[in-house]
Design a protein around this ligand. Structure first.
Ligand code: NI
Length: 264
């Protein structure tokens, strides 16, 4: 015991001060040139380069975000397709904003219909998808006649999408577009039956400017109200149209009837 404590006492004065001085000296000698700021390093040129790099990165991240989003949508759509006919959709009753009363899917019997879930305050995606749906409906109309394919919009935002708001909104896209709204629980139930995901921020109020996060698909239903297929953003209106025509042919070949004489 005695021997070891004597050893420590001997070591301390010899090593500690020497190391301390050495490191201080090193620190001083290496850091001196580095901390001398050069006012010429920040120029307009470098600011422009920095700005361009930042903008480039931003564009890259936005593109990447969009790519991931599209991939996720595709995966979700494939999942819905895999679930198959009996698990998607079903009869519902909601407030028909065009007619100003509650109507049901019975009114759509005998016609193909396409339904999209969204919200009227959506800045970009909902309008794009509804425009796409309207294009398909117009093509079907010009080729096969009135009422073969009916477009339907169901809101995911009952707090702001009152019947008046929905009625005005649907007019902007297509004269045949039927807009449905209703109370929160009913809409939730219908959305769930289509496996539609919708999320409203908890602090949302009717006056607030909020976004509803929701699935971006439209569903094709047959004249009996059965689910046939759904389309995501990666499908163009031409592709939807050709897919629709195939389904319509199948339906007619299987003995399905449409009340229009010009469809053979
Ligand atoms: Ni939207």
């Amino acid at each position: 015991m005695l021997g070891s404590s004597r050893l420590i006492k001997q070591c301390l004065p010899k090593t500690t001060p020497r190391c301390w001085t050495t490191s201080r000296r090193c620190l001083y000698s290496t850091k001196k040139p580095a901390i001398q700021p050069s006012p010429k390093t920040f120029t307009w040129k470098s600011a422009v380069v920095l700005g361009m790099t930042a903008a480039g990165l931003l564009v890259y991240f936005e593109k990447e975000k969009e790519r991931i989003r599209l991939l996720r949508e595709k995966r979700e759509r494939d999942k819905i397709r895999a679930l198959g006919r009996p698990s998607i959709g079903g009869k519902f009753e909601l407030f028909n904003a065009n007619e100003g009363k509650v109507t049901s899917t019975d009114e759509l019997k005998g016609k193909f219909w396409m339904v999209y879930f969204g919200f009227t305050h959506c800045p970009d995606i909902c309008p794009e998808e509804l425009d796409k749906m309207a294009e398909v409906v117009d093509s079907v109309k010009s080729e096969f006649g009135e009422g073969v394919l009916v477009p339907v919009f169901i809101t995911c935002d009952p707090m702001r999408d009152t019947p008046e708001v929905v009625k005005e909104y649907v007019k902007d896209f297509h004269p045949d577009l039927i807009g449905f709204t209703g109370d929160k629980d009913k809409l939730k139930k219908v959305a769930r039956s289509f496996r539609v995901y919708a999320y409203t921020p908890p602090d949302a109020s009717p006056e607030a400017d909020y976004l509803v996060d929701h699935s971006i698909f439209f569903y094709l239903m047959d004249p009996e109200g059965n689910f046939i297929d759904c389309y995501a953003r990666d499908t163009t209106s031409e592709e939807v149209l050709s897919s629709f025509k195939n389904y319509m042919q199948d339906y007619l070949q299987d003995g399905g009837k449409l009340p229009y004489s010009h469809i053979k």
